[in-house]
Design a protein around this ligand. Structure first.
Ligand code: C5P
Length: 400
């Protein structure tokens, strides 16, 4: 249900705009208030009169409308809502969003909003598959924009392919998900570690590893999407903060441990970080000089094991999940690791050269718990994250 929720619906100019009229009806049936912004091109497909009649609200279409004193300002329009939905989202508006353009009211609102944004793309299948659209999607996803669809099938121009806007009920379900109307982890606290750690040798150099943080960040976003109050403890990454999470940024393993413990108590902890096992024992305060002599010997000290510490902590989360990145004998090593670390589940993945797991978008995992091993098909890291978050929600609800 969406009772009392305020949806700002941006309709951009595609043939699928006719389905947005039904979307407005479906949203209102569920108790949502709907305000609509039409782009200039959208008005070629649907009229402000029909949109206004169905939404029972004033329709916004041109930026200059908002300069009149009695009108609501575009900043307020962008923020006086619980969610901004772009349906249909054309290739053009997605490109404008990725670029941060603000050439009309719709894109200005999108740039000015601090609310969650859901886009329902609709376009020709070749445009959808074009490198420009793929790159724009990736930028927008990294910034926390959510997507529903597009679907495959016959397109308006008679071609077959992926590009049809999702049906209104699917868009409604995605909005409900985004707003946490289906939030099995509401009231739960989650803690996620992600990314590599940097262990200084001197002020300039450090020891690190190839972890991108993609899987851990996706897990934090997925837990937050299910309603968990989520703290992400992140080593240095190039990723944007996942939507809806509190992010504590650290560099070293010791800092990661301190930040992690500061976020207790938690109901679930997922340790996805690739923590350096060792650190230079005595990092220099000055840059080591190459003085023609023998190369320096760097003595190493063992880092704290965050996963093992959490698993045996007096404030142990009721579910502790570790990761095992292995290059050989994956299941056997990961099974032994679960017992050694004292965690409940281990998510094992193969990171040998050629799998593309480190830094890539895909992952093939095996979830090992006391009952045995569950092997998942290869899938996107985002999808692994969503499935894992669901499994966590089931387990905390006592179902798994
Ligand atoms: O021992 P290994 O590094 O393979 O264990 C991997 C698991 O342990 C991951 O969940 C990782 O986040 C966690 N870990 C940790 N602190 C360490 C080393 C690993 O939390 N110092």
């Amino acid at each position: 249900m969406l009772a009392g929720k305020r949806v700002l619906l941006i309709i951009s100019g595609g043939i699928a705009a006719y389905k947005s009229l039904d979307l407005i009806r479906r949203l209102r049936e569920r108790g949502a208030e709907v305000r609509c912004v039409l782009t200039r091109a959208a008005k070629e497909f649907v009229t402000p009169l029909s949109v206004g009649t169905l939404s029972k609200s004033r329709v916004y279409d041109e930026l200059f409308d908002l300069t009149a004193e009695h009108e609501i300002g575009h900043i307020r329009l962008a923020r006086d809502c619980d969610v901004v939905v772009v349906a249909p989202a054309t290739a053009n508006i997605l490109a404008a969003m990725a670029q941060g353009l603000a050439g009309d009211l719709a894109t200005t609102v999108l740039l000015a909003t601090d609310r969650p944004v859901l886009a329902a793309p609709a376009m020709n299948h070749v445009m959808w598959a074009s490198p420009a659209t793929v790159a724009n999607l990736s930028v927008l996803r990294d910034r926390g924009v959510s997507f529903v669809g597009p679907e495959s099938g016959e397109l308006a121009e008679g071609e077959i392919g992926t590009g049809r806007m999702s049906e209104p009920l699917a868009i409604v379900a995605a909005i409900e998900n985004l707003l946490g109307a289906n939030a099995p982890l509401r009231g739960r606290r989650a803690l996620v570690t992600s990314g590599p750690t940097y262990e200084p040798i001197d002020p300039v150099r450090y020891i690190a590893n190839r972890s991108s943080g993609k899987q851990g960040h996706a897990i934090a976003a997925a837990l937050a999407a299910l309603g968990a109050e989520t703290t992400l403890v992140s080593g240095p990454t190039r990723l944007a903060d996942p939507a809806g999470c509190r992010v504590l940024r650290v560099e070293t393993a010791q800092q990661m441990l301190a930040a992690t413990l500061s976020a207790l108590p938690a109901d679930v902890a997922v340790c996805a970080a690739a923590v350096a096992d060792w650190r230079p024992a005595a990092p220099g305060n000055a840059k080591l000089k190459k003085d023609g002599g023998a190369p320096p010997q760097i003595a190493l000290a063992e880092n704290p094991d965050i996963l093992a510490t959490l698993s045996r902590h007096k404030q142990r989360p009721s579910l502790v999940v570790g990761f095992a990145a292995e290059t050989d004998d994956l299941i056997a090593h990961a099974t032994a690791k679960r017992l050694r670390k004292g965690c409940d589940w281990i998510v094992a993945n193969d990171v040998s050269t050629g799998t593309g797991t480190f830094g890539g978008d895909d992952n093939r995992v095996h979830v090992i718990d006391a009952a045995g091993t569950e092997s998942w098909d290869p899938m996107k890291k985002d999808e692994v994250a969503r499935r894992l978050a669901r499994r966590i929600a089931d387990r905390l609800a006592g179902a798994a």
